[in-house]
Ligand binder design. Structure first.
Ligand code: HEC
Ligand code: HEC
Length: 498
């Protein structure tokens, strides 16, 4: 009686049960429920429907997961380790900052993927600390991570330094910079070598206002200082025989050392890359669902693209207006835009075209988990908020309260006007994407964990900080946070190259 009452099977299955007996129906039921609940268990290797869909999708969007391995071939040679090491020392040495209190690492810090430790960069007149306690007058934007910039055909938030061929390794069509440099740096072998001509000339970043003269005069002074340090002459002499024979270290040598160190900071072998090579266990089920949203219904890949000249960096390297709240620092040494000097016009500042107002270059999403803040001005201090903003940019901007973002005090005041930002919104950002809380969670996990190369975590970048500097200058003081708890350990292959 009890059996009949609880038997859930309709007539045909019931007859089958009569023929095969109770043991068999239990087996069939188990099989059916296994097929529904855990097809991976039956068919082995996690080769389930999600993997089939995701593999097909990755193929369709042109993602190979092999970008890192193309570096040597596109460079036409292996990385020059001694030169990269000189670049590393220079990165941390305030000697090339004429003001004497800042250098690349003050803004591009190993505590945050060689990106900013602050929502908006602090340059000259800083307190010597790099991390949450850094203080001083603000510049205008957040310093992006330099990891993987070897593959960036357009640099900066407004894309103002770019390779006309759309390939940073190819100078044949010229490198475009704003005046006064214009196309004069096109002879350099890589866009990053050309870019390294710029930072030491920036008055509010490192140079200060005491030294008089144009950009070339500043470069000349930087080089004069470098040549006055015997340890740098010895180091450059080991790479450039001419220097060993008595020639001066040239600015170009300095720039190539910096760029070589940046090539060295290529960390583009994340779980998503390993998954795409065929290791289906490299992503968790949640990350796989998040990936399907990212490359599908959530529309992320239309700007954070992975094919062609995007070099699989999760950006199209183009500028879009997505309505990011405009933070206004209490104290700045830069000139903000607009009648009340409380705006950043973005790409328009470079092109002069009003259509480009509020447009910023799509950032790469590789290794974003290690950033201290998000967007061009760090308006969001956590990744979840940055991603949620995209799902309904209008509502996010309208509801934004700078006092509730966990921002440093001097950035928590009133923001710039919202109305013009809303009017300029890209259609894709203006149309809300509807996701359930569980889907948002999957998407965040995918962006945070599946795009993170374990070599990029603060714990693994720490070893780049030199204990002492060739110039004898006092090193900056870095505040390393505790290790990221979510990252996977580096694989043997990654450690070998790390
Ligand atoms: C005062 C802080 C500061 C210092 C010092 C600094 N940078 Fe930057 N860097 C920035 C900011 C801010 C940006 C983005 C600026 C923009 O988009 O307008 C940037 C952008 C870059 C980029 C482009 C990254 C991308 O995603 O496009 C590279 C490369 C770079 N810096 C290299 C260097 C090097 C090399 C040095 C040292 C020689 C250096 N920076 C010194 C703040 C700094
Ligand atoms: C219309 C193009 C576009 C689409 C679609 C888009 N993004 Fe973005 N994304 C941008 C731009 C542009 C920025 C930088 C905006 C700024 O700083 O003003 C950005 C910034 C980000 C950032 C911050 C990264 C950093 O380093 O600051 C994250 C994270 C991000 N996007 C994730 C996503 C996700 C996830 C999706 C899909 C839900 C998505 N984006 C869809 C253009 C887009």
């Amino acid at each position: 009686m009890l059996d009949q009452q609880t038997n859930p099977h309709p007539a045909p299955l019931g007859r089958l049960a009569g023929m095969l007996g109770r043991a068999a129906i239990c087996a069939v039921a188990l099989l059916i429920s296994l097929m529904i609940a855990a097809p991976g268990l039956l068919f082995g290797g996690g080769n389930n429907r999600v993997d089939e869909q995701l593999t097909a999708r990755l193929h369709a969007v042109g993602f190979t997961g092999r970008i890192e391995s193309t570096l040597t071939q596109r460079l036409g040679r292996p990385i020059n380790r001694p030169l990269a090491n000189i670049g590393r020392l220079l990165w941390f040495d305030t000697i090339t900052g004429l003001k004497g209190d800042n250098t690349c690492a003050g803004c591009h810090s190993p505590t945050n993927g060689f990106g900013d430790s602050q929502p908006i960069a602090i340059g000259i007149d800083n307190n010597g600390i790099v991390g949450p306690d850094r203080a001083g007058p603000r510049n205008m934007r957040r310093a992006p991570m330099v990891l993987n910039t070897a593959f960036f055909p357009a640099l900066m938030w407004n894309g103002r330094f770019s390779s006309s061929s759309d390939d940073p390794f190819d100078n044949s069509a010229g490198f475009i910079f704003p005046p006064p440099e214009g196309s004069s740096l096109s002879g350099e072998p890589h866009l990053l070598v050309a870019q390294a001509f710029i930072p030491p000339t920036e008055r509010t970043e490192v140079a200060g206002f005491d030294f008089l003269g144009d950009n070339n005069a500043i470069r000349g002074e930087v080089i004069r200082r470098l040549n006055s340090v015997p340890a740098y002459r010895r180091l450059f002499g080991q790479v450039f025989p001419a220097v060993a024979a008595g020639a001066t270290i040239s600015y170009e040598m300095f720039a190539s050392a910096i760029a070589e160190f940046e090539f060295r900071l290529t960390f583009a072998d994340a779980p998503i890359d390993q998954y795409t090579h065929g290791d289906l266990s490299a992503l968790t089920p949640s990350e796989k669902r998040g990936a399907l949203l990212f490359f599908g219904r959530a529309g992320c890949v239309s700007c954070h693209s992975v094919s062609g000249s995007s070099n699989e960096m999760f950006t199209d390297f183009k500028e879009h207006a997505i309505g990011v709240p405009q933070l206004v620092p209490q104290l700045t040494n830069n000139q903000f835009d607009g009648p009340d000097a409380n705006q950043d016009y973005g790409r328009e500042g470079f092109t002069g075209d009003q259509q480009d107002r509020y447009k910023f270059r799509t950032p790469s999403l590789r290794n974003v988990a290690v950033e201290a803040a998000y967007m061009h001005d760090g308006a969001f201090t956590n990744l979840v908020a940055a991603i949620r903003h995209h799902l309904n940019a209008r509502a996010s901007l309208q509801a934004y309260d700078p006092a509730k973002q966990g921002l440093p005090q001097d950035l928590a005041g009133p923001i710039g006007p919202r109305e013009p930002l809303l009017a300029a919104l890209d259609l894709r950002a203006a149309n809300p994407v509807k996701l359930t809380p569980a889907e948002i969670d999957d998407l965040v996990r995918f962006v945070r964990d599946a795009l993170l190369d374990p070599r990029a975590t603060p714990a693994n970048l720490r070893h780049f900080v030199p204990p002492t500097l060739p110039s004898g200058n006092a090193p900056l003081s870095f505040e390393f946070a505790l290790t990221h708890s979510t990252h996977r350990p580096a694989t043997k292959r990654q450690r070998a190259r790390g």
